[in-house]
Design a protein around this ligand. Structure first.
Ligand code: TYM
Length: 334
């Protein structure tokens, strides 16, 4: 990683069943961008415990997610693919950054408001300071660019504010990261309520397409997607269900929304929904097959886990030492 490429960081939580939104809003863009940058793709298992998890399930999901990154086409020889919990610098930098983040800023985070409403019996301090850990993830690797879906924009703005505040006091310690939001797919909506984001925690299983759904299930969910009574396939806010399906079709096929509208001019919703289902299957089926193949190769996945954790640790330590020196922690004696 010693070259003049810029650095990219992103991550996903190993919580719940990943959805098509996670794929189209994030993972797909990671694959497009990975050649251009030095990349760190993290399974953010430390973020997951802000909501109570079953230990065995969390461990399995984390491994499945790491395998999914590779199955999607990210080469672990070229990209650093690792678990957050294997690199102690994330939590260490998060503690430091907590001391440069205001309660008022964290209180405004919509994800905190949503999650504390959903988990009213467990509004823990980690849920509140979650965005600081996310800032630490990004700043630890001096990331220039962070590809995420729109729902993470607020956290990214906060990361930039924290970094600027810190740099304002201590000089140029952190690179100020930019968000990368894809043109289509940055906000995939629920199939049952197109005013709401598609989410892995939705109680209605028909609202989300899960990455591991089989082709029949995908097709059934697309056919059941809530639309409207306009009867025309146009890309506009007045038809949020159809607009969402156009976004999905567009992100899966690489066609622009205008091209999709032209392709389905004069055709009915039934035909269109089938085409959307087929497009989704054509993207997810190869991903599922590759995931199943890689999952069987335990030795290979283990070697990725080991090598990449060491690599990430090296870069994380570099930044952490710099930060510790700047704020006045005593030097290590060798
Ligand atoms: P998470 O795990 O909820 O989601 C992972 C990625 O998927 C995107 N996404 C969506 N995009 C489009 N439409 C949707 N319906 C949709 N749902 C989810 C998210 O925007 C995200 O890019 N806090 C983060 C994880 C994180 C992180 C980081 C991300 C921790 N540290 C550092 C980037 C950099 C989260 O909970 O994402």
């Amino acid at each position: 990683m010693i070259d003049d490429k810029k650095t990219l960081f992103s991550g996903m939580q190993a919580t719940g069943n990943l959805t098509l939104g996670n794929y189209l809003g994030a993972l797909k863009n990671w694959v497009t961008l990975n050649e251009e940058y030095n990349c760190f793709f993290c399974v953010v298992d430390e973020h997951s415990i802000t909501v109570r998890q079953d230990p065995a399930t969390l461990r399995k999901r984390a491994r499945d997610l790491l395998t999914l990154y590779i199955a999607a086409g990210l080469d672990p020889e070229k990209n650093c693919i690792y678990y957050q919990s294997h690199v102690s610098g994330h939590a260490e930098l998060a503690w430091i950054l907590n001391c440069y983040t205001y309660m008022g800023e964290l209180s405004r985070m919509t994800q905190f408001k949503d999650k504390s409403a959903k988990h009213a019996d467990n509004i823990n301090a980690g849920l509140f300071t979650y965005p600081v850990l996310m800032a630490a993830d990004i700043l630890l690797y001096q990331a220039d660019v962070v590809p995420v879906g729109i729902d993470q924009m607020q956290h990214l703005e906060l990361t930039r504010d924290i970094a600027q505040r810190f740099n304002g006091i201590y000089g140029d310690v952190f690179t100020i990261p930019e968000a990368y939001i894809g043109k289509v797919g940055a906000k995939i909506m629920s199939l049952q309520d197109p005013d709401k984001k598609m989410s892995k925690s939705d109680e209605n299983v028909n609202a989300s397409i899960y990455l591991m759904d089989d082709p029949d299930t995908i097709m059934r969910k697309c056919k059941r997607a809530v639309t409207d009574s306009e009867g025309v396939i146009l890309y506009r806010d007045e038809q949020p269900g159809i607009k969402n399906l156009i976004n999905i079709y567009s992100a899966c096929t690489g066609k622009t929304p205008d091209e999709v509208v032209a392709e389905f001019d004069g055709r009915g919703y039934g035909d269109f929904k089938v085409a959307v289902g087929e497009a989704v299957v054509s993207v997810l089926k190869p991903l599922q097959d590759e995931h199943a193949r890689l999952s069987k190769d335990k030795a290979y996945i283990d070697s990725v886990i080991k090598n990449n954790a060491d690599k990430a640790q090296y870069f994380a330590t570099k930044t952490l030492r710099k930060v510790q020196r700047k704020i006045g922690f005593p030097d290590r004696v060798r």
